[in-house]
Write a protein that binds this ligand. Sequence first.
Ligand SMILES: Cc1ncc(COP(=O)(O)O)c(C=O)c1O
Length: 417
Amino acid sequence: MTNLATAKTISNPVFDVDAIRREFPILSQTINGKPLVYLDNGASSQKPLAVLDAMDRYYRESHSNVHRGAHTLGDRATSAFEGARETVRAFLNAKSTRQVIWTRGTTEAINVIANGLAGKLKAGDEILVSHMEHHANIVPWQMVAERTGAKVIPIHVTTAGEIDMESFDSLLGERTRILAITHVSNVLGTVNPVEELIRKARSHNVITVIDGAQAVPHFKPDVQALDCDFYTFSSHKLFGPTGIGVLYGREELLEAMPPYQGGGEMIERVTFERTTWNILPYKFEAGTPAIAEAVGLGAAIDYLDSLDRTGFEAAEKALLERANRLVETVPGMEVIGTASNKVPVLSFKIAGLHPSDIGTLLDQQGIEIRTGNHCAMPLMDLYGVPGTARASFAFYNTLEEVDQLFAALQKIQRLFV
Ligand SMILES: Cc1ncc(COP(=O)(O)O)c(C=O)c1O
């Protein structure tokens, strides 16, 4: 049996996690008298100095409204804002910045897409989602289905937490119009085989929408290689600020979609008789955008690009392996989501303990995790649990923090079960 005494720290010479942690000021504080161990990265991750400084500098030196062209500050703000769009384009490997639309986050991006595709749906059409979706990739489709008479159908998920390919193959058919699926599950950590799912969907002329919210903090997606129609993510999970996210779309589809909101910026010409729409991407960006937040997201991506990706991925893999190895040291602990391809996310339950009590007791030790249904109620129902405890790691977490989590879980189990 593995125990904490025998589980030696594996140091990674390429990836200097101590140096990296110094870039994240929030991490070096105490919570309830204990050093903070932040393991709720799946909900929202922390921000490096590069992001804080970029936003601070933007407000101190360059802030004005964008796309007005009347003065120097306006030009500076516009070039910072559009520069960030180019950074996102390169991050996704999109062909053009016309395909990169700012939204408030993944949730809004999926709502824009669902609303925009509603005109293509009629009664009897089918929208495939999976049983492991976040509510953000279920509810907008249900709302559109209600309006159009289409149906939202879940693809089955196996006990290990993987997409059941037989279920997918049997559901994909004549009536399928849209496949909306997560790249990585926020509860299970499963990395879904989206390339294969997209390839099969496209052979049936099905539009593909990928929820990348939990993927981008761990790896770079390549939208051209994936060949998806839409890809969405939120900045705040990618070490950037809250309040901004991204909708990538295939240009022909974006051109054909109606705008989501009306107002300034998204128009070409307004008269009381008729209004025409601005070109992409502005057609979907009504009102003054989140300028400083776009700048912050650009800075987060630049910061990530400055890190050694191989070291980054090896460090994350080591965190997950260490956590998996220590599970057996906590009596009654069971992991939910044991897919072969996972990011470092550990959802679990412990016999005799309610997930929310686990969260509260860990917080007393300075360890921050998330508990509850994780906005994935259908998945909780599938596993027959009211909720889980979830530790979600980022590249700045250490193997020592994994050990601290498990030492605290052992203590909680001993004292309260
Ligand atoms: C897989 C997934 N999709 C969508 C969302 C929604 O993201 P946001 O709240 O940033 O819009 C989340 C957030 O937890 C998520 O994990």
